[in-house]
Design a protein around this ligand. Structure first.
Ligand SMILES: [Zn+2]
Length: 258
């Protein structure tokens, strides 16, 4: 018998925690590893770049990175917990990128299902964002974003204003990613792991599209095939399982003192 749908037990199940403190320890370790992973990819640029992770106990607060710590130096003890509605720091030391945090806080508020939101300034994401259009279904991997990402085309400068952050959240809707035109990429997911995978794949798809479209006129997948493949590889389970492998092998660079 053949089937086009993935088996429910094909992937390792998501970790489940009874104790919020144990879940928080896991999340902070995974968040540090996410920064190491993105550092290795060269996605750490100046003070741009932020990941927010919802605290398992205090749902309107989010763990994030201080702007003066290089991604490769991150560790659980260096992360900051900030209050979503106000941006106030509740735990940890350092300065948070408040413009980026405003966007994330509004996305988290509009999407209670999201555990993590990621926004980094990548070369391919920024280059593709300047084209002002969605990714086309060029390859199997692109289909994870087929009908599951949007374009926000109202760049008006650095976003400190929460009303613009609210518009970005409204434009994103229930999808896993948004291309901020003339700015870059944002991924969201119900687990940190899946958000890491979608962000990584989002940027890779932008890279592939730029290459293919510069070389010629790519052949697009049929819409029905793209939709079917999206149901196979665009699921949270796939994103979670894919990132577990990435994060398990991520290393700090250089190794932090603590
Ligand atoms: Zn940005």
């Amino acid at each position: 018998m053949t089937t086009t749908e993935p088996a429910a037990n094909q992937f390792r199940p998501q970790l489940v925690f009874d104790d919020p403190a144990a879940e928080r320890r896991h999340l902070l370790d995974a968040l540090s590893r996410a920064f190491w992973h993105f550092s290795a990819l060269g996605f750490d640029e100046g003070i741009a770049g932020i990941i927010t992770v919802r605290d398992p106990e205090h749902a309107d607060t989010f763990w994030t990175n201080p702007i003066d710590i290089p991604f490769g130096h991150m560790s659980p003890g260096k992360l900051i917990r900030s209050h979503g509605p106000t941006g106030d720091t509740l735990e940890g030391e350092g300065v948070v990128n408040l413009a980026a945090f405003a966007i994330h806080a509004e996305i988290h508020a509009a999407r209670p299902d999201t555990q993590a939101v990621i926004h980094l300034h990548t070369d391919y994401g920024r280059a593709y964002s300047s084209l002002g259009r969605l990714l086309e279904p060029l390859t199997q991997d692109h289909t994870a974003f087929f009908e599951d990402h949007v374009l926000f085309d109202e760049f008006t400068g650095i976003v400190f204003d929460r009303s613009e952050a609210k518009r970005i959240a409204a434009t994103l809707g229930p999808r896993k990613g948004v291309i901020l035109q003339n700015h870059g990429l944002v991924s969201v997911a119900e687990s940190l792991e899946a958000a890491v995978w979608w962000f990584t794949a989002f940027d890779t798809c932008c890279h592939i599209s730029l290459l293919a479209e510069a070389a010629g006129t790519p052949t697009l997948l049929d819409e029905e095939v793209a939709r079917l493949t999206a149901r196979q590889i665009g699921t949270h389970q796939v994103g979670y399982a894919s990132a577990r492998r990435l994060l398990a092998r991520a290393l700090p660079s250089p190794r932090p003192a603590d």
